[in-house]
Design a protein around this ligand. Structure first.
Ligand SMILES: [Fe+2]
Length: 242
């Protein structure tokens, strides 16, 4: 594992919807998504992770920090992460970002169709990726980690020792596997194998504020999160009530 980006250059912000963004939107306050900005302070460039809510507010935050949003990273296709309609509510998301700032959306190959369906974006709006690809925010490398289970093309983003995990892993929880595209067996492999290579010190930055704290470490989660303490597929199926 590399030592990671120069800490003095790394720009990293965790923004809670309903508190830091979309402050007057009751749906945002209820869904408690996290949006992230990851970038290179020296170059003044950053990527937005799951910029679904209050795009104008997000652009203003980046600008106030002297940063320009030069691309978007999508963890998965659900409208509370990329925009689109959910429970009869329209979330502006990626279409609004691309209207304000014509950037590309980095998504996993298996997720592009789903994101296009919920957002109405076209094929040309995407840079299509496989797992292990590296995307750069300025000179800061961000490794894409394919973590299917919540959806087929769910991906996490690894920046040095930080893991931006979308709806794959929460503080003391994990993403649902009973929604369209969810796959319990793939989620089991993601939790017990794909994320197992990451060291204990890896800092978890989840896609929602569902836990007692806003971040955690994989070490702590391996001790306390029931979904990372699985010994067998049978354990997992029992936990999921399947
Ligand atoms: Fe989701």
């Amino acid at each position: 594992m590399s030592k990671g980006p120069d800490p003095s250059r790394l720009y990293f912000r965790q923004l809670l919807c309903g508190r830091d963004l979309a402050t007057s939107d009751p749906t945002a306050a209820q869904m408690v998504n996290f949006v992230y900005l990851i970038g290179d302070r020296e170059r003044g460039e950053c990527l937005a992770v799951d910029p679904a809510w209050d795009v104008d507010g997000l652009l203003a935050i980046a600008q106030a920090d002297g940063m320009r949003i030069t691309g978007a990273l999508a963890t998965h296709y659900h409208p509370d992460h990329v925009g689109g309609e959910i429970f009869g509510i329209q979330i502006e998301g990626l279409p609004r970002l691309l209207e304000r700032q014509p950037v590309k959306v980095h998504a996993h190959r298996a997720e592009v169709t789903g994101i296009r369906q919920v957002t109405g974006l076209s094929a040309g709006d995407f840079v299509v990726h496989d797992g292990s690809d590296v995307v750069r925010a300025g000179d800061i490398p961000i490794e894409l980690v394919h973590t299917p289970g919540h959806t087929p093309g769910s991906q996490c983003f690894l920046v040095g020792d930080r893991l931006v995990a979308g709806d794959t892993l929460f503080v003391q929880g994990c993403g649902r596997v009973d929604l369209p595209g969810g796959d319990p067996d793939e989620m089991y492999r993601t939790l017990t194998q794909r994320l197992a290579r990451l060291p204990e010190t890896t800092v978890l930055y989840p896609g929602h504020d569902y836990g007692p704290t806003e971040t955690s470490t994989l070490g702590q989660e391996r001790r306390e999160n029931a979904y990372l303490r699985l010994r067998s597929l049978e354990d997992w199926r029992a936990l999921m009530g399947a």
